[in-house]
Design a protein around this ligand. Structure first.
Ligand code: FAD
Ligand code: DHB
Length: 391
């Protein structure tokens, strides 16, 4: 089999890339190791930055998002039983974010790809990228019990943190920057209308909590839990009681309860693989970098990477110049490190590390007070949350 761009992985990065290339008249094949239902149901991100929303619209993939997504103009910070709202448009010259789940973005892009785009193979597992530093790289993969080879001009590894593409970059050319956190997030989905119209990020001595949503009738909530926690250790009653404690305010705000339909624990890490390109192999999204979820940046970074790649390849096709392909890694990494910094700052601002000292607790509260009382500090948060420029 032969194509111009071989894409490994049908998460948001791979699917959007296939769409962008299709729109630019460049053919591609997507190989996805899992089945369609699994990809469409994996609960993950919920927040799209303004830039991501703009990209989806320009790609002709925003019809349902514009009907069903919820535009949010702010978030609430909660600490010491107090609440402070950060008003995004007022602080950023009109920017906002969209609550529209990753599952829905993937469903929309899969439907478009199957209808109009190139080949998208489910249950096709990439085994290795070969010849990355030659003029004709290829992907060896297994589909329907048989091994096959996809010959390409370019390969883009959009295969997430556990994928195989990254392994094709020689170790001696690679630098990895990494940090793990001694806590994770227990996430639940509950059939109950969200108790607040905007997201609530809560700092509490017992740990962080986040109120988010999937729709006007479905809530998404997260609790900081110790690293290695098994979701089944937490009973439903215990989860609601803990959420109530961490969201408590002095003005009597109430958290509505409802049936919990899903429960899982996500570990937290920061990770950057440099460079993001080796020869004709390009890494995009979680295959190249991970952020802790507190800043809602992972999916949005993946979008930035594939937009950068699609633009670079289009430029090459139109002008014959490889300059944008050559600067791909550098261009992406500038934005990646801003998102790493923002996600780290949000994480350390709001989580309580095991063994945190009273001094550190006071510093967190002082940082939150600073955001609540200084327009400059608040603007910095609003700019970071609504997103850094795509290029
Ligand atoms: P993935 O979504 O991981 O997709 C990779 C795909 O490659 C998968 O479908 C996988 O099956 C496939 N694959 C893997 N190996 C192979 C192989 N060998 N062959 C073929 N296919 C392969 N981000 C945000 O922006 N906002 C948020 O609010 C947010 N919240 C989050 C909350 C949670 C609980 C979690 C876990 C993550 C959150 N993220 C958030 C991060 C976001 O979900 C990821 O950054 C995003 O999924 C990255 O997309 P991707 O396409 O790069 O990778
Ligand atoms: C969601 C996830 C996040 O990581 C975040 O910062 C905000 C919202 C969510 O899943 O809704």
């Amino acid at each position: 089999m032969r194509t111009t761009v071989g894409i490994i992985g049908a998460g948001p990065a791979g699917l959007l890339l296939a769409r962008l290339l299709h729109n630019a008249g460049i053919d591609s094949v997507v190989l996805e190791s899992r089945g369609r239902a699994y990809v469409e149901q994996r609960q993950r991100a919920g927040i799209l930055e303004q830039g991501t929303v703009d990209v989806l619209r320009a790609a002709g993939a925003a019809g349902r998002m514009d009907r069903e997504g919820l535009r949010h103009d702010g978030i609430e910070l909660r600490y010491a039983k107090k609440r402070h709202r950060v008003d995004f448009p007022a602080l950023t010259g009109g920017r906002s974010v969209m609550v529209y789940a990753q599952t829905e973005v993937c469903k929309d892009l899969i439907a478009l790809q199957l209808k109009e785009g190139g080949l998208l193979l489910f249950e096709a597992e990439a085994l290795a990228v070969e010849g990355a530093d030659t003029g004709s790289p290829s992907v060896r993969f297994r589909h329907e019990g048989r091994e096959d080879v996809l010959e390409c001009d370019y390969v883009v590894g959009c295969d997430g943190f556990w994928g195989v593409a990254r392994q094709a970059v020689p170790a001696e050319l690679t630098r990895v920057f990494e940090r793990t956190y001694p806590f994770g997030w227990l996430g639940i989905l509950a059939d109950v209308p969200p108790s607040h119209e905007e997201l609530v990020y809560a700092r509490h001595d017992r740990g962080f909590a986040l109120l988010s949503m999937r729709s006007p009738s479905v809530s998404r909530l997260y609790l900081q839990v110790p690293e290695g926690t098994d979701a089944e250790e937490w009973g439903d009653e215990e989860i609601w009681a803990e959420l109530e404690r961490r969201f408590e305010t002095e003005d009597g705000w109430r958290l509505e309860r409802g049936p919990i339909t899903q429960k899982s624990v996500t570990p937290m890490r920061s990770y950057v693989h440099e460079p993001m390109r080796h020869g004709r192999l390009f890494l995009a999204g979680d295959a190249a970098h991970i952020v802790p979820p507190t800043g809602a940046k992972g999916l949005n970074l993946a979008v930035g990477d594939v937009v950068t790649f699609a633009r670079a390849l289009t430029h090459q096709k139109e002008t014959g110049s490889a300059e944008l392909l050559d600067s791909y890694s550098e261009t992406c990494l500038r934005r990646v490190w801003q998102a790493e910094r923002f996600s780290y700052d949000m994480t350390t601002l709001l989580h309580r590390a095991p063994g945190a000292t009273p001094f550190e607790d006071r510093l967190q509260l002082a940082r939150l007070e600073r955001i609540a009382s200084s327009r400059a500090a608040e603007t910095d948060l609003a700019e970071g949350y609504t997103g850094f420029p795509l290029h």
